[in-house]
Design a protein around this ligand. Structure first.
Ligand SMILES: Nc1ncnc2c1ncn2[C@@H]1O[C@H](COP(=O)(O)OP(=O)(O)OP(=O)(O)O)[C@@H](O)[C@H]1O
Length: 307
């Protein structure tokens, strides 16, 4: 099977600054693939190269088997792009945003109208079809941007931080729609700094930090490889944090002391918490949870994903 995205040693520099530092990526048809990393990791710079709007400084990049340096327009015609900031046309109605965009791809008017109706139904905006974009909520605008990205029936959909800035309810609605697309076999490539988004949506992902890929795999495989089954999160009064952290030795496979909490990486959280209590340490709060991609990131980089 030919990879829809094939990158080897891909580099993006801005002057002396290297934003993407030699990454290797392959995305197969039907996959939901993610770039997970904190702000500044190089995710958007990578997406912009994949979207053929920013030329690579070095390395190999093939999109849909073509070379962005040579075949940019042909590639772009087969991509659906949902940029980080909504760039909808506020002068137009919701429906017109789709039909006008369809015209850029040379889609005949009747087809554009039919497709717009289907897509508005899909993103649950049919009732707003005739209204202007401005009064829509952030979640509605994002859903419209996703609908717009689907107008040309793309082979590959690129989503740059699809739920950044949305409230939890709006995020879930976007996730639900993206999940539907994934089920339909649409290839999705997304960037995110939300580990729950990556866990929910991505079949496979790369963790990026400082322009490099620091780990690659399915969310489950990454957690199994780089974390323990459970985590105990302990919070102590600020003045006690250092003292207590010293008394936790030997309880966990690994202990992380963060400014606001101590994390114990263990196979059995309840056992570990019982031992904390046996040592007469009284945290202000204690939580046992499963390991997440946040823990993977912390382990690999020594930093939290969202600061
Ligand atoms: N046009 C540019 N000129 C100079 N530096 C840039 C440019 N675009 C991005 N950068 C820098 O490259 C680095 C990576 O940026 P990028 O936007 O790719 O990161 P990101 O992982 O997508 O983070 P974010 O979530 O903030 O978008 C950052 O340090 C950024 O300041």
């Amino acid at each position: 099977m030919t990879a829809l995205i094939h990158a080897r040693g891909l580099i993006k520099r801005f002057g002396d600054f290297t934003a993407v530092d030699g990454i290797d990526v392959d995305v197969q048809p039907g996959e939901a693939f993610g770039f997970l990393g904190p702000n500044g990791a190089g995710k958007s710079s990578t997406m912009r190269m994949i979207g053929c709007v920013s030329p690579p400084t070095g390395g190999v990049l093939r999109i849909l088997g073509m070379d962005p340096r040579r075949d940019g327009p042909a590639i772009r015609a087969r991509l659906g792009v949902c940029p980080q900031l909504d760039n909808l046309d506020v002068e137009l109605t919701v429906r017109e945003n789709l039909t006008t965009y369809a015209r850029f791809f040379g889609i005949p008017r009747p087809t554009a109208r039919r497709r717009a109706a289907e897509l508005l139904e899909f993103v649950q905006l049919t009732e707003r079809a005739g209204s202007k974009v401005e009064p829509l909520s952030g979640g509605m605008k994002r859903r419209l941007t996703i609908a717009r990205a689907l107008v040309n029936e793309p082979d590959l959909v690129l989503l740059d931080e699809p739920t950044t800035g949305l409230d939890p309810q709006a995020r879930h609605l976007v996730w639900e729609r993206l999940f539907r697309l994934k089920q339909q076999g649409v290839t999705l490539v997304l960037t995110t700094h939300y580990m729950d988004e990556a866990e929910q949506l991505c079949d496979r992902l790369v963790v990026m930090d400082g322009g490099r890929i620091v780990a690659e795999g399915s969310p489950r495989a990454l957690i199994e490889r780089h974390s323990t089954r459970e985590v105990v999160e302990l919070r102590f009064a600020a003045e006690d944090q250092g003292v207590f952290a010293g008394k936790l030795a030997g309880i966990a496979d690994r202990t992380e002391v963060l400014p606001d909490r101590v994390l114990l990486y263990v196979s059995d959280g309840d056992d570990a918490l019982a031992e904390v209590h046996r040592r007469a340490l009284n945290p202000a709060s204690a939580l046992v949870r499963r390991s997440s991609l946040e823990d993977v990131f912390l382990h690999l980089t020594g930093r939290t994903l969202v600061d």
